[in-house]
Design a protein around this ligand. Structure first.
Ligand SMILES: Nc1ncnc2c1ncn2[C@@H]1O[C@H](COP(=O)(O)OP(=O)(O)OP(=O)(O)O)[C@@H](O)[C@H]1O
Length: 980
């Protein structure tokens, strides 16, 4: 037995297009086995030492075959990585040890590049397999034989699918069982005997294409599954006594799904609460790694392997009988700093794990022998004509249930045995016929000359795996219908979605009804030309490029999933066309937004299909609105149920979890699975109880006066997550004496930085009352942290409405360090407002409107100018949303403009805020176009002194807040005295 630490390698890749566009800075350096990462904000460096640090960022050139050749000794190419990592794995395997390699890192960080590889840059799996057969071939003629089996599975949403299994098998998935000797295994997994490298490549292609099918049936954006490739090597030889011996070893090569889903920033808690399985695996893997590292350091903690399917299947690789290597892939760019640091930390922890590997003496045959013995026993029991020998039943009574269980066990054993014993010829024949049937190989050949559509997937290794030839003259149908030539599945794909016509070497594309087709980022409304390299999006998730091989040149740009998303987001005006004047935070937020949009579209498409009355919208939220000192924008998702009049704001992580459940339910409902429908009734991922407290927004309190030992007091604006004023919060920060009593006499402080430095300061924070908060909120409380302090302070919960005073006071004593003084002078104290929403009854009118109708109208309101919209834009902010909803509903119900405007008029009057007279309204109703409406409104505003967009605030302290924000000293007349 050998005990050794898990080997850890880190690899940094070149900048990708998005990072280049964002003019990213390089923040990773490597020296020897060290990886150094610089925090782009603080310029602080962090050093980590691993077994290997691979620099693959620059210093290479691409040769004619496409292989990246090193230009200097620093650059680590695929061969170097294989020599260090892969060859060790191989050596161990020949010696009879189990060996495992797993790749960890955020999506797109280069895991698949290292493990599988792209084109000429073959990764560890293909090179390892190639080497196995080189060696096996060299053994031919000797009395040693080598048998090699190949298997490939994927774990998606706690379901284990055999990527080499039949379609039906993949659909049902496999059970994970535990064997006392070999540990956990996927029952019935196909282990295909292979005798050449060629067999393996074909099987890998097949496995990959099955992944593709799974991915396209669901959606291109579904979070990727974990893929585990297992190569079993059995070497047979005779020992000195002439007895047949076998040495076996298992090589596990694991390509994990993107690690950002295991992000610790609040997502984990949410995720665990939601119980979303996709993310469970990586969270569990983190816990397993932590526990193993603790145990290696002498602690005795339980390793939670059983928490997820992934950790069960990796149990041997991580803590058991295996020599293991982890490769952690990172991005070189500043915009990915957080993710990269988290990967480096993970890797740092993993390197402390010790594994204990043993040489295996043919456990497979032993297992078969044992199963055979057990079966013989079981058969004997059953053959005794139902009368089972009580002695065989371990003393239990003979009964039907027992017999049933035995029969079941027998059948399972039989199945397991069959799958293990399938003969070489059978397996190979199966593999060959399966691979030969692979339509794709033939089609890929034809695609070299025939115009075609080629898929683009979020996972670049799946791009280009689906091809639809647009052959000959005439018409090709695109859609989910059985008669379609371009047969697409997925959300938002209609039976008859579009047609592509080819006449005399020219192509045209036309959409059907209101099917969603985007061409080069823009909605396709009229029949358009289709030309070489056109990018197409069908529905919400089917991304394709049109290729005309006769027009192709080596310089053709490669459209990627990211570039297509960027293009769509730019065309929709969701992101700015250039990012010259944007801060890093804004660029980061923008890229998060682009990544999120396809998911949002998908969730909306399902909401429409299931008529859930829910609309999802991406919402970038500033640090000020979130009340977070990190200064970052974060993308949230607004989830609005228009029938119930409720709106939730979810974190991106929570939304993605819910979305995967939404997709799952949608697929299940489509398959009409009764059980799933039951589950769906019990739990609805579109819904959240109004009783769940949500963040309404934050008040920014400026403590600058306090630095001068003056009370700072005022009504501070509450900024909602939508960056609107949501109300006012009355807060006081009162300087106190050493006994904690408010100061009663004034003290003069001219320069806090010198006069207060290192003195003890005591102050009282009092949160008085909340004003003007919308009536839909109830059970409101405030929550805050002081800058640099982790403790969370919460006020009592108030009902809202009339009862709006917290009467919360808390005293703090601090040493006035430079940081504290800096905070008091220049920063603000965030006080978050949390609240529940009032339960609402479904609105009978809104409930009759379908989600599709609402959604279309909502879109129209955004894109086209209608009189109603102009009026609404003229209204004061807080009323806008409600009026917009009313208008929406009215428009959908096909009411005439007059009725709509009447409603608005009534509403405005009931709110006492009408800036428009009835007479003006009549003029608007009769206006011919929007320009005319604008003119009427402008004239009315001029004659009537209508206030501008900004809501006038009665509280004069707002202006004092603003002036303090600009850095000027407030003029609060407060008491102060010298207590220091
Ligand atoms: N060392 C490298 N040299 C050159 N290109 C690389 C390297 N590593 C990664 N890339 C490129 O970066 C892109 C993303 O890499 P890859 O697909 O391996 O990421 P991943 O971590 O497996 O992502 P996912 O989790 O989505 O599967 C690919 O286009 C790949 O070719």
């Amino acid at each position: 037995m050998t005990e050794e630490n898990l080997k850890v390698a880190v690899r940094v890749r070149p900048f990708n297009d998005r990072e280049k566009n964002a003019k990213s800075k390089l923040i990773v350096q490597m020296a020897g086995n060290q990886t150094i990462i610089t925090n782009p904000k603080t310029n602080e460096e962090k050093k980590y030492a691993y077994d290997f640090s691979y620099w693959s960022h620059d210093g290479f050139k691409v040769d004619a075959s496409g292989y990246s050749v090193p230009e200097n000794s620093k650059y680590a190419d695929q061969q170097k990585v294989f020599n260090d990592l892969g060859s060790g794995i191989l050596k161990n395997a020949w010696e009879g040890y189990n060996a495992s390699l797993f790749a960890y890192g955020q999506t797109g960080s280069g895991k698949s590049y290292s493990v599988i590889g792209y084109g000429a840059n073959k990764g560890i799996v293909p090179i390892t397999c190639e080497e196995i057969f080189k060696k096996a071939d060299s053994m031919k003629g000797s009395d040693k034989t080598v048998e090699c089996t190949f298997s490939m599975l994927e774990i998606y949403s706690e379901m284990v699918r055999d990527l080499l299994g039949s379609k039906a098998e993949r659909k049902t998935g496999m059970q994970v069982r535990e064997d006392p000797k070999i540990g956990f295994y996927a029952q019935g997994q196909k282990k295909i005997l292979v005798d050449s490298y060629d067999d393996i490549t074909k099987l890998m292609d097949e496995g990959n294409s099955n992944r593709t099918i799974a991915a396209t049936n669901m959606n291109a954006t579904s979070s990727r599954a974990h893929t585990i490739v297992t190569v079993n090597l059995v070497q047979k030889y005779k020992n000195e006594a002439g007895k047949e011996m076998a040495k076996s070893s298992m090589i596990n090569l694991v390509d994990l799904a993107g690690s950002e889903r295991a992000d610790a920033t609040g997502a984990t808690g949410d995720r665990l609460k939601e119980g979303a399985a996709i993310n469970l695996s990586l969270t569990s893997l983190g816990n397993v790694i932590s526990a193993l590292a603790d145990n290696s350091a002498g602690k005795n903690v339980k390793v939670p392997y059983r928490d997820s399917v992934l950790t069960k299947l990796l149990m041997n690789a991580l803590g058991g009988n295996s020599k293991t290597i982890m490769i952690a892939a990172i991005s070189p760019a500043d915009i990915n700093f957080d993710e990269s640091v988290s990967t480096l930390r993970y890797a740092d922890r993993a390197k402390q794990i010790k594994t204990k590997a043993m040489i295996n003496e043919d456990p497979t045959e032993k297992l078969i022998k044992e199963l055979r013995e057990e079966n013989a026993k079981l058969k004997k029991m059953l053959e005794s004509g139902g009368k089972i020998d009580p002695a065989l039943l371990n003393g239990t009574e003979d009964n039907d249930a027992e017999e049933e269980a035995l029969r079941k066990q027998l059948a399972e054993n039989d199945k397991a045995m069959k799958s293990m014993q399938q003969t070489y010829e059978e397996k190979l024949a199966e593999a060959k016929s399966m691979t030969e049937n692979l339509r794709s190989t033939k089609i890929h050949e034809q695609a070299k000359t025939i115009p075609h559509l080629r898929n683009v997937n979020m996972d670049p290794s799946l791009s280009g795996t689906i091809i639809y030839l647009i052959e000959g003259e005439g018409l090709k149908k695109v859609g989910s219908g059985a008669d379609s030539q371009v047969k697409l599945k997925g959300i938002g794909i209609l039976e008859s979605h579009a047609t592509i016509t080819s006449t005399g070497g020219k192509f045209k594309i036309e959409r059907h009804n209101d099917a969603k087709v985007l061409r080069n980022g823009k909605p396709l409304t009229v029949p358009s030309d289709l030309v070489h390299l056109d990018r197409l999006l069908f529905g919400t998730s089917q991304y394709y490029i049109f290729i005309e091989p006769s027009k192709a040149t080596p310089k053709d740009p490669q459209a990627t999933f990211e570039s297509m998303q960027d293009e769509i987001a730019k065309a929709a005006g969701l992101i700015s066309k250039d990012n010259k004047n944007m801060t890093q935070e804004e660029i980061q937020c923008q890229s998060e937004l682009i990544d999120l949009i396809p998911h949002i579209e998908e969730a909306n498409a399902i909401s429409i299909a299931l008529d859930k009355k829910v609309i999802f919208t991406a919402l970038p939220v500033s640090a000020d609105a979130r009340g977070d000192y990190d200064g970052k924008f974060r993308v949230f998702v607004s989830v609005k149920n228009f029938a119930l009049g409720l709106e939730w704001i979810w974190t991106k992580e929570k939304f993605l979890n819910r979305k995967s459940e939404i997709v799952e339910i949608y697929n299940d409902l489509k398959d009409d699975q009764v059980i799933q429908q039951e589950k769906y009734k019990k739990y609805d991922p579109f819904y959240e109880s109004p009783d769940t407290p949500t963040l309404v927004g934050s008040a920014m309190v400026f403590p600058k006066s306090f630095a001068y030992m003056l009370t700072s007091k005022g009504d501070y604006k509450i900024l909602s997550l939508k960056s609107k004023e949501a109300g006012l919060l009355n807060v006081e920060i009162i300087p106190c004496n050493g006994q904690g009593k408010p100061l009663t006499e004034a003290i003069q402080i001219r320069d806090p930085k010198t006069e207060l430095l290192n003195k003890t300061v005591t102050f009282l924070i009092t949160i008085n009352e909340i004003k003007n908060l919308s009536e839909k909120y109830e059970d409101i409380y405030c929550q805050f942290q002081l800058f640099g302090d982790k403790t969370l302070y919460k006020t009592n919960v108030i009902k809202g409405g009339k009862d709006n005073s917290f009467k919360y006071s808390k005293q703090f004593t601090f040493i006035a360090t430079e940081q504290l003084l800096d905070f008091l002078m220049n920063k603000c104290l965030y006080i978050q407002i949390w609240s529940e929403q009032k339960h609402a009854k479904p609105d009978p009118v809104a409930s009759k409107i379908t989600t599709k109708e609402y959604f279309d109208r909502e879109k129209e309101l955004k894109t086209t100018c209608i009189s109603g919209k102009v009026v609404i834009n003229h209204l004061l902010d807080p009323e806008k949303q409600k009026l917009k909803d009313d208008l929406n509903i009215a428009l959908i119900k096909n009411q005439q403009n007059e009725t709509i405007l009447n409603n608005i008029y009534k509403l405005m009057h009931s709110a006492g805020k009408s800036p428009i007279s009835r007479e003006t309204l009549n003029k608007i109703i009769n206006a011919k176009n929007d320009a005319e409406v604008q003119a009427i409104l402008a004239e009315y505003a001029k004659n009537n002194n209508v206030p501008g967009k900004e809501r006038p605030t009665s509280a004069s302290s707002i202006s004092s807040v603003d002036s303090e924000y600009k850095g000027r000293r407030g003029h609060n007349k407060s008491q102060a005295c010298n207590i220091l």
